[in-house]
Every structure is written in C-alpha cells, then in structure tokens.
Ligand binder design. Sequence first.
Ligand code: FPP
Length: 245
Amino acid sequence: MSHLPAATDDTPAGPLHVAVIMDGNGRWAQARGLPRTAGHRKGAEAVRACVKGAVRHGVTHLTLFAFSSENWRRPADEISTLMGLLRLYIRNELAELEREGVCVRMVGERTRFDDDILRLIEDAERRTAGNTRLTLTVALNYGGRGEIARAARRLAAAAAAGHLDPESIDEARVGAELYAPDLPDPDLLIRTSGEQRISNFLLWQLAYTEMAFLDVAWPDFTEDHLAAALAEFHGRERRYGAVPR
Ligand code: FPP
C-alpha cells in the first residue's frame, strides 16, 4: 500500500464504524470469463482502496467480512486462494498498517486455519495493538449466530460455576462476551453487489446500524464509493427507536 492519506479537516469527532460485506467477487469474475478466484484477487486490491478511503474519510473502525463460517463449504481451490490472499495481504501490508497507525484485529473462531495463518494474524494483532487511527477488524471464520451462541455458552458456564447470577444477565453482559466487546456498534453497513441481506454478519451489533446496498461489485469498489456511501449516511437521521425531533 502507498502511504495512507491524512484525514481530511471535516473528519467528524467521535467513532465512526463502517462494516462491509464485500460481495460479488465471483460474479465479477464470471462476467469476464475468468475463474472466481480472479475476482477474489481483484477484491483484495479493493480492500487496500477501502482501508485508504476509510482513513481519508474519518472512519475510525472498519470491519470487513472476509470469510464466513459457512464459506468452508466452497470448493477447496477457492478456499485456498482466499487463505493465500489473506497471507499475502498481511505479509505485504502489515509494515505499512503498523506505521500508519492502523490496529489490526480478527473476529471469528480461531479454528480450522493453517497454523501459519493464525500466527500471522496474532503477530499482526500484537504489533498493531497500540494503534488508534483506524481499527481494521477482519471477520474470519465468522458467523453472527455462532458468536451469540458462544456468548450464551460462556455466560451459562459462568452461571453453572456459581460466578454469575442469571438474573443479572442484561444486554451489556451479553455484549461483553462477544469476540470484540470493546468495538463500538457499526454506524453504517455497506454491502456491495446488489444483494440486500445480512448473511449472518454481526447480528447482535447491527441492531441500529444504517444500511447501504451498493450495486457495484466488490472488485470494482473504490474510495469514491465509500465516500458516496458516507455522504448519504451523514444525511440520514438516526432515531434509535425514539420519535423524530
Ligand atoms: C464474496 O464474494 C467475497 C468473499 C467470500 C471473500 C472476500 C475476500 C476478499 C475480498 C479477499 C481477501 C480479503 C482480505 C482481507 C485480504 P462472492 O465470492 O460470494 O461473490 P459472488 O456472490 O459473486 O459469488
């Protein structure tokens, strides 16, 4: 990645969390007579553009759905391409991310990955843990229902061990058992490629998130698409269940 841009003067104060379902890699490739894996390769370049755009437009938290717990059902060559891209991305980008103040995190089950990938992820997390300019969270082997079930399991275990009164379990207590309890809820969810679904992404955290469904395929996603989605988002009124003012 070339140097990340300086944040613009109109950078809003406070957290701004954008979550992205990077959809349409396969269709992008198929439309060009290319293998689906070619779409993922181009998609990894779009990840770079998105991270750059996030910094430029004052996004403080960016969460990318890179591999769902259901994606293991894909053909073996596609899975290995995606894992290879992840390796490449971390190897090629980590030094720059580290230098530019990006904190890298992973949410999802840390099982089923090759050991070297887990080591790369943990190394990236360790090296960037003190960074605060942008928190880049990558969802890998992630499913929203699985995350909530895991939280329930952990609470049940604490209750069974006598450390937790079941009556004390409230939303905050459940939230505290999620993979990354300290992350603010997303303000804006972007899904590319025209589909209008959540697909088991951040089910708990998206309760009051604004949604933007873009027609562009993820491999064609640019900073300009992010800027346009943010501009639209900033024009919306968020009411969190209250009446309009
Ligand atoms: C969805 O498109 C995309 C994915 C399942 C993977 C996303 C991964 C990347 C963009 C590359 C690697 C990521 C990083 C963080 C380096 P799809 O294949 O479901 O597309 P389709 O709906 O058109 O088939």
